[in-house]
Design a protein around this ligand. Structure first.
Ligand code: MG
Ligand code: MG
Length: 248
């Protein structure tokens, strides 16, 4: 069941979004060769708690950290740890903030030092496809209109779209209805109404989109071990159009 949010609920989520923006602004400059994924995670937790909020992922289905940090062929849900980042890595940082009972969820992929041209494009395409999805929205649109635009953007850039993980509604729960696939056909799926909050999160692969899970039960990697990127923001549809709660 899709739960539309009231103005008051959206205001709280926007405040949580401010904390998320602070996290990204602080973590991005730390993403350099030599830093460990654990250091990034600890810094994020400090910022979130310092703002009076909670890391939404910590303890969610027993996830042990504040952020999901995934490197290179890791697509999503990587566990922060002693891994040291090196030049040429792609770092995907996915984080949730819980404030006054409401969640926001957002992710960024960043280059560690300089990366190859194709990997820079892979990173860029995750964000571009997210924006293409938003661009496809007009009053009366359905979820499939956005999904299709996201897929088209990714595939026309020469990359592929992960099928096994999708975007989602968000609010009191991190994952609410509806699901928001990053592939699909226009005109399909639920109609988008004002007050709908979504976490839209394209996952883009350099090679084939097939993924598998590592033995830790969390980390999702590409089967062909080629690189992946991820971009996510929490957005809300209003009478005035789409408002992004986790990015200016
Ligand atoms: Mg996320
Ligand atoms: Mg999400």
């Amino acid at each position: 069941m899709i739960e539309l949010k009231s103005k008051r609920e959206i205001e709280i989520m926007a405040e949580a979004g401010l904390v998320m923006k602070q996290v990204f602004a602080s973590i991005e400059p730390m993403v350099k060769p030599g830093v460990t994924t654990r250091e990034l995670d600890e810094a994020a937790e400090k910022i979130i708690r310092g703002a009076g909020a909670k890391p939404a992922f910590k303890g969610y289905r027993n996830f042990p950290a504040t952020a999901c940090i995934s490197v290179n062929e890791q697509v999503v849900h990587g566990i922060p740890g002693p891994r040291i980042l090196k030049k040429g890595d792609i770092l995907s940082f996915d984080c949730g903030v819980l404030l006054q009972g409401y969640n926001v969820d957002a992710a960024r992929s960043w280059a560690v030092g300089t990366v190859s041209e194709v990997h820079a494009k892979l990173i860029r395409t995750a964000r571009d496809s997210f924006l293409a999805g938003l661009d496809a929205y007009k009053p009366g649109s359905r979820i499939g209109d956005l999904s299709s635009a996201i897929q088209q953007c990714i595939e026309s850039a020469g990359f592929q779209v992960v099928r096994d993980f999708v975007g989602h509604g968000i609010g009191k729960q991190i994952h609410e209805d509806p699901q928001v696939p990053n592939y699909g056909k226009p005109g399909r799926g639920a109609r988008i109404e004002c007050g709908l909050c979504l976490a839209i999160e394209p996952m883009v692969t350099e090679g084939h989109y097939a993924v598998e899970m590592l033995e830790d039960g969390w980390t999702v990697v590409t089967q062909d071990k080629k690189m992946a990127s991820h971009y996510e923001d929490t957005i809300v549809f209003t009478e005035q159009g789409v408002v992004n709660l986790t990015c200016d």
